[in-house]
Ligand binder design. Structure first.
Ligand code: ATP
Length: 232
């Protein structure tokens, strides 16, 4: 049996406050794709990835995650999401490590709380984003770029099959953009799938196998760069 596609949207429309923000999106993401969603401010890029993940409902059309509509999809450990910003919730300050460890939750259960494997995955993720030495600090007191790296580490810690990143390099300095590109390169070489929103691809550009250009809630064009994964 062939594996279901990580994401498949057909005729997807999203209305927010009575306004159509996505207008008839047909998009499939295949295993191993590194898909960059490009377009100007307000084009609908974040809305598209939130709709792919089922975080926003479609007003028309359908979308599936590994062959199931989001409401019936259960295998959330396969999906890692890096939102644009650290959610400010609950008023309880969380340490960097706690936020990153929360990326393991979909892998844990009442019967199997945190294990050595979980702790090792959190350690690897913290090291990958260069925050191992800041792990005891309060995540909300870090800079914007550092918080972005905490969110990337949270997704890495979950060891998902598909990573969805909303502007992962926004506010991240050049050295850490390079580090992120290296990390993503390793994941892609291991067969993972990546969907990312970006204004500037920067050092991630050589990894990208497909781009979709959005504007006014529609896909204007789709391209496959000629030399994916071969940094010049
Ligand atoms: N909750 C909301 N209610 C109403 N309109 C919204 C809401 N969220 C987003 N929008 C509108 O939807 C449109 C698309 O927003 P979206 O955040 O998806 O764009 P984007 O391409 O990711 O932009 P950016 O590059 O600035 O992050 C924008 O015009 C925005 O104002």
């Amino acid at each position: 049996m062939t594996e279901a596609l990580p994401f498949a949207m057909t005729g997807g429309r999203v209305r927010l406050d009575g306004r159509e923000v996505l207008r008839g999106i047909d998009l499939t993401v295949r295993t191993g794709d590194v898909l960059a969603v490009l377009g100007p401010n307000g084009a609908g890029k974040s809305t598209l990835i939130r709709a792919l993940l089922g975080l926003l409902p479609l007003s028309e059309g359908r979308t599936e995650i590994y062959g199931r509509p989001p409401a019936r999809f259960k295998d959330w450990k396969r999906v890692g999401y890096v939102p644009q910003r650290l959610p400010m919730g609950g008023g309880v300050p969380s340490t960097v490590r706690e936020v990153v460890a929360s990326g393991r939750v979909a892998r844990q259960s009442r019967w199997r709380p945190s294990s050595a494997a979980d702790r090792a995955a959190v350690d690897r993720a913290l090291t990958a984003v260069g925050l191992a030495d800041r792990q005891r600090e309060s995540a909300h007191l870090l800079s914007g770029g550092q918080q972005q790296r905490v969110l990337i580490a949270r997704a890495l810690a979950g060891e998902p099959d598909v990573f969805v990143l909303d502007e992962p390099t926004a506010g991240v300095d050049a050295a850490n953009q390079e580090a992120l590109a290296d990390t993503l390169g390793t994941l892609v070489a291991g067969g993972r799938t990546v969907v990312l929103v970006a204004h500037e691809l920067g050092p991630m550009e050589p990894l990208v196998t497909r781009t979709v250009h959005l504007d006014h809630g529609r896909i204007l064009r789709e391209e496959s760069p000629l030399t994916p994964r071969s940094a010049a």
